[in-house]
Design a protein around this ligand. Structure first.
Ligand SMILES: [Zn+2]
Length: 126
């Protein structure tokens, strides 16, 4: 299981638990625009973002998958099995980290899209 990328946020065991908590604070007249989403670590958080904000564009995800595969390939088979992993699990673990990193950079406004639609670091010429 992956570490929570946002441990400072309130977390809930289920979507229903997140929704219950949200209903309770809404009734006290607080901001009502919060949406539950499932964290990479398995539990649930609430976000101000619209539903779907957590999605990664398909092209970006394909690129991240490719990077994860190449990174996993650098580890010899013997080393992977000695850790009790399969290669697919290793790829998966690397990919999850890359996806979290991507989401974090996007959410903290460090990424931008150029005129060709490619996503890159803000202020860096490609
Ligand atoms: Zn979390």
């Amino acid at each position: 299981m992956t570490d929570c990328p946002t441990p400072y946020k309130l977390s809930f065991r289920s979507k229903a638990a997140a929704a219950r908590w949200h209903r309770r604070v809404s009734m006290r007249g607080k901001d009502t625009r919060l949406y539950p989403y499932q964290c990479a670590a398995g539990h649930w958080h609430l976000t101000h973002g619209q539903p779907g904000w957590n999605d990664i564009p398909r092209g970006v995800d394909a690129e991240l998958t490719d990077i994860a595969r190449r990174a996993a390939d650098r580890f010899p088979e013997a080393m992977v099995t000695a850790q009790g992993w399969t290669r697919d699990e290793l790829i998966d673990a690397i990919l999850t980290r890359l996806r979290n990193k991507y989401r974090h950079m996007r959410d903290t406004n460090q990424l931008e899209r150029d005129s060709d639609g490619r996503i890159g670091f803000k202020g860096v010429d490609r």
